[in-house]
Design a binder for this molecule. Structure first.
Ligand SMILES: [Zn+2]
Length: 344
């Protein structure tokens, strides 16, 4: 079969790899019908040292079940399924606590002999715990929004939950990438009265306003902090959703949280430390969040997608086939595209 392999910075290839197939009795075999490229895929795209073996890529996908192992009971051949960006058993102590990304038996796509999502097919470990069957056909118009449940919509929701978004309160979202835009949707969905987006790209800001952003701040650094304070009567935001992961964006997030507020950080950290320890101590600012347990949120978010109350699929603005994946990476890296869908 054919799949995406990254060999180094800027070096993404479509190659013939071993066919996916059942190995364990808990596996499913899935033909991938939709996948996408993630903002987090861009970090290795910029920095990965050259490697002839390469890494299989992709962790967000929808597929059609072709076969299941003897122990699989929740999905069957012919089902259309969505996979979150980590696989998990659904039965261990952490899965029961809703933290599927820490599953004692789980893992991530594209590592340790597990297939990636940007390819023709994938073996799904722990299929019962990982996959969620979708009650629609594989070319349904909702496919882009359903695909976001594998990562970006769940990640935006995790930022909102971690930052304690509640009805009537003020939320600030840092970042106008796909996760930031989904975080705006999530903040509105949880009832935030005011949603301040910190972003600078006109097309993304326009979409954020349609998703529910009420104010936009395009300054950076200390100027952004001052602007948010002006907008909030000098108090700051109750909930700050940090969707970038750079040191500067985290510092801004901590600076605009009001005393007693919370920061939910879901941007993949590019540094090792959390700044502003003294300020957050004296202001009692909670710093929460982390890698999103996307699997935990699929059942909760799915009805809102199926019934059209949220449209996170609007973050996709480019579609490629498998051969177009390298150009999709380039387009996202050059900021020509917010998020690229792969239609293998
Ligand atoms: Zn588990």
């Amino acid at each position: 079969m054919r799949a995406t392999v990254m060999h180094g910075a800027g070096d993404v290839r479509i190659e013939t790899v071993p066919d996916a197939g059942l190995i364990e009795p808990t596996d499913a075999l899935v033909t991938i019908t939709r996948a996408c490229i993630c903002g987090s895929d861009l970090w290795p795209y910029r920095t990965m040292p050259q490697d002839e073996a390469g890494n299989r890529m992709g962790h967000e996908f929808i597929g059609r079940v072709e076969a299941v192992g003897a122990d699989v009971t929740t999905v069957k051949p012919g089902d259309l399924v969505v996979a979150p960006f980590a696989y998990s058993d659904g039965t261990c102590v952490f899965c029961h606590e809703g933290l599927h990304t820490s599953c004692l038996h789980g893992g991530f796509w594209g590592r340790n002999g597990v297939d990636g999502g940007q390819g023709e097919a994938a073996r799904i470990p722990l299929a019962d715990g990982t996959l969620v069957a979708l009650p629609v056909g594989e070319d349904d118009a909702l496919m882009p929004s359903l695909l976001t449940l594998s990562d970006v919509m769940g990640t935006g929701h995790h930022a909102a939950v971690s930052a304690g978004v509640e009805p009537g309160k003020t939320a600030a979202v840092i970042g106008d990438g796909a996760v930031g835009l989904c975080a705006v949707i999530a903040a509105r969905r949880l009832g935030a009265e005011r949603i301040i987006l910190l972003g600078r790209h006109p097309d993304r800001i326009a979409l954020a306003r349609e998703f529910g952003a009420t104010d936009v701040v395009s300054e950076r650094g200390e100027e952004a902090v001052e602007r948010v304070r002006e907008l909030t009567g000098g108090l700051g935001a109750h909930s700050v959703l940090e969707c970038v992961g750079m040191e500067e964006s985290l510092l801004t997030a901590l600076g605009i949280a009001r005393p007693g507020g919370a920061v939910g950080r879901v941007g993949l950290p590019q540094g090792q430390s959390i700044p502003a320890a003294m300020m957050t101590f004296y202001y009692n600012v909670t710093v929460g969040g982390g890698v999103a347990p996307a699997r935990a949120y699929i059942e909760e978010l799915l009805p809102d997608v199926l019934e059209g109350r949220i449209e996170p699929g609007r973050v996709f603005d480019m579609t490629v086939d498998l051969d177009g994946v390298p150009d999709g990476y380039r387009a996202m890296n050059d900021r020509e595209s917010i998020k690229v869908m792969v239609n293998p």
